[in-house]
Structures are given as structure tokens and as C-alpha cells.
Design a protein around this ligand. Structure first.
Ligand code: TXA
Ligand code: MG
Length: 310
């Protein structure tokens, strides 16, 4: 995608004035503000109607800049070298003298950090002198936005500016890993766990459903398209939309598919936009056929399962 410098300048100006701007990332769109400013970060919570106890991910250009705010360890450096910029978020210890707003962390002494790969957002980060706090650009508990139109559908004119970046290439939120001690996955995401294990050369525990919630992406109802979803369906009810991983031989107006040939990467990319489309097409419920529970299929199933707790 061509980089439009005038658009980036516009986003930069608003962010410098402590406003919120929606930004494209390769995972999903984010609702961004200056992570060093209480005023700016409060606006994110208000716009998103996000509970105050749900901390934000902070987006950095690189780990040199992150050094001001967080402590690193060897596991972090290994994963950073291999996967960043990319769809992985690290939970790290916050430095005592960090300037990160207490609004971002909910006064915790840890910080979720990510290095987005999208060239437009990287260019924006180069042109501002603060990192960007940005949760997914959707109303709390609903489906994330993977295009500028999705953001506008959710927020209308309430968002001062949406920086155009095309459709998000991954389409699922980042994988969250708590890397401070024994590595733990807190949210399945766009980066597969097996590839992380390979680099760290150790087994990683998945803490995706803990009793004590440390990452509200784990709250039960989340990622909801706003209509009921049934999973692993073999028999469709009348008037239901039917969603399958690959294109079926038979085609009907209520049949939707995630990828022509059942490719999981492509399916991930199309998941949220297809759920949004079904809702727009006025269906009142969705039946989903079985999705292979491997690789990114695990993340797709995780999101659908949470979305089905309607
Ligand atoms: O791909 C992504 O991660 C996108 C793009 C915009 O970067 N962002 C995103 O943010 O999905 P959000 O806010 O929708 O989800 C972030 C999750 C939340 O569940 C939050 O509770 C968790 O990260 N989180 C934030 N700070 C944390 C911390 N210090 N410890 C544990 N979990 C944290
Ligand atoms: Mg979110």
C-alpha cells in the first residue's frame, strides 16, 4: 500500500494535541493516543466505553525506545529479534522512572508492549516522540475492526481521524505472552505458539482461561458480532447464516466461507469482516461448521467460542 504522508501528518498533529486517532496495524486497527499523557489516554477509555481496570497495550517503533520504560530479559530479546515488528505482545516489568501514564497500566507495575509491522503506523511512530497506547478500535466486548470502514461503523464521527491503511493483513489480535518469568500465553493470537516455542526452545504454558483474570481479552463474552453464534454445527436451522472454513460445493445466499480452500491464514484474515458482513446482511444468528483446531485455527476457535457466549 502506498504511504500517504499528508495523512500521517494529520494523525501526528492530532496525537500531538492529545487526541485519539484510529491507526492501522497488521493485526487489527487500534484506537491510539499518547501513552505518556493521562488526558489523552482517558479519551480512549471514554470512546471505547472500556472498563478502567482493563490496561492498554503500548506500541513502540523499536526496543531502543522501549528501554526508557521497561526492563528486558533474554527470552524477550530472542523473541524480539525473530518476530518484531509483528503480531506478538509482551508483558514486561515497568521501570520505576517510566513516563507511561498510570491510566494505561491501571497502576500495575507491568506493561503490555507491541511493535506493529504496518508501514503506515511505523512511519507515524517515527514522527512522534511518544509511544502509542492503543486497544483494538472497537466498542468494548465487540468484534475488532480490520478496516477503516469497520472503525467508522463502530464510532462514527466520535473518532477524530481514521488513518487509512487498507485491510489488516493478519486479521486477528496479537498473541500476548507474559515473558517476565516462565513464559505464559495470556491470549492466543496472530502468532502461533509452536513457532514461539521453537525459538525459546521450551514448552510454554497457556493461561488463556485463568480463574483470576489478568488479561480481560479473556473475559467470557468478547469479540461478539452482536448476534448468537452456534459452533460445530452439522445441521443448519432455517434462516440462519452458515459459516464454513472453506467454500462448499453448493452455494446459497446464506452460505459464507472464510477461505476458498480452507487456508487458515486466509480464514483468520477474513474472520471478523465475514462476521460483520453477516450481521449487516441482517441475519439473526450464525451457525459455524467445525474449524480445524491447529495453528491459527486455535485462535479462530478461541474467538468464536468467546463470541458464542452471547
Ligand atoms: O493486536 C493487538 O494486540 C491489537 C492492536 C491494536 O495492537 N490490540 C489489542 O488491544 O488487541 P486490546 O486492548 O483490545 O487487548 C489487549 C489485551 C487486553 O485483554 C488487556 O487486558 C491485556 O491486553 N493487557 C494489557 N495490559 C496488560 C498487562 N499489563 N498485563 C496483562 N494483560 C494486559
Ligand atoms: Mg480488544
Amino acid at each position: 500500500m502506498k504511504i500517504n504522508l499528508a495523512n500521517i501528518k494529520k494523525a501526528q498533529k492530532l496525537l500531538n494535541k492529545r487526541e485519539c486517532v484510529a491507526i492501522p496495524t497488521e493485526t487489527v486497527y487500534g484506537l491510539a493516543a499518547n501513552a505518556y499523557s493521562d488526558t489523552a489516554c482517558k479519551k480512549i477509555y471514554k470512546l471505547k466505553r472500556r472498563p478502567k481496570n482493563n490496561p492498554l497495550i503500548v506500541h513502540y517503533l523499536n526496543n531502543q525506545i522501549l528501554k526508557n520504560d521497561c526492563n528486558f530479559n533474554n527470552d524477550f530479546i530472542k523473541l524480539y529479534k525473530k518476530f518484531c515488528p509483528g503480531p506478538i505482545t509482551f508483558i514486561l516489568d515497568l521501570k520505576k522512572n517510566s513516563r507511561i501514564s498510570k491510566i494505561v497500566t491501571n497502576k500495575k507495575n507491568t506493561l503490555a508492549v507491541r511493535f506493529p509491522k504496518h508501514p503506515i503506523t511505523r512511519n507515524l511512530l517515527k514522527n512522534i516522540n511518544f509511544p502509542l497506547a492503543a486497544p483494538s478500535a472497537n466498542v468494548s466486548s465487540k468484534i475488532s475492526a480490520v478496516s477503516s470502514d469497520d472503525v467508522r461503523d463502530d464510532f462514527g464521527k466520535k473518532v477524530k481521524y481514521v488513518l487509512e491503511g487498507g485491510k489488516s493483513s493478519i486479521g486477528l489480535e496479537s498473541t500476548i505472552i507474559d515473558i517476565r518469568e516462565k513464559p505464559k500465553i495470556l491470549r492466543l493470537g496472530g502468532l502461533e505458539i509452536s513457532v514461539i516455542e521453537k525459538i525459546l526452545n521450551k514448552k510454554i504454558t497457556i493461561n488463556n482461561n485463568p480463574q483470576k483474570i489478568s488479561s480481560p481479552g479473556q473475559f467470557k463474552l468478547h469479540y461478539s458480532p452482536g448476534i448468537p453464534i452456534r459452533l460445530n454445527v452439522k445441521k443448519i436451522n432455517k434462516k440462519e447464516a452458515y459459516l464454513s472454513i472453506k467454500k462448499l460445493k453448493e452455494s446459497k445466499p446464506n452460505f459464507y466461507f472464510l477461505s476458498k480452500n480452507g487456508n487458515l491464514k486466509e480464514a483468520a484474515k477474513n474472520l471478523y469482516s465475514t462476521l460483520r458482513k453477516i450481521k449487516k446482511d441482517k441475519y439473526k444468528s450464525i451457525a459455524v461448521s467445525k474449524i480445524p483446531n491447529k495453528g491459527l485455527g486455535k485462535t479462530i476457535n478461541d474467538r468464536l467460542k468467546r463470541a458464542s457466549k452471547f
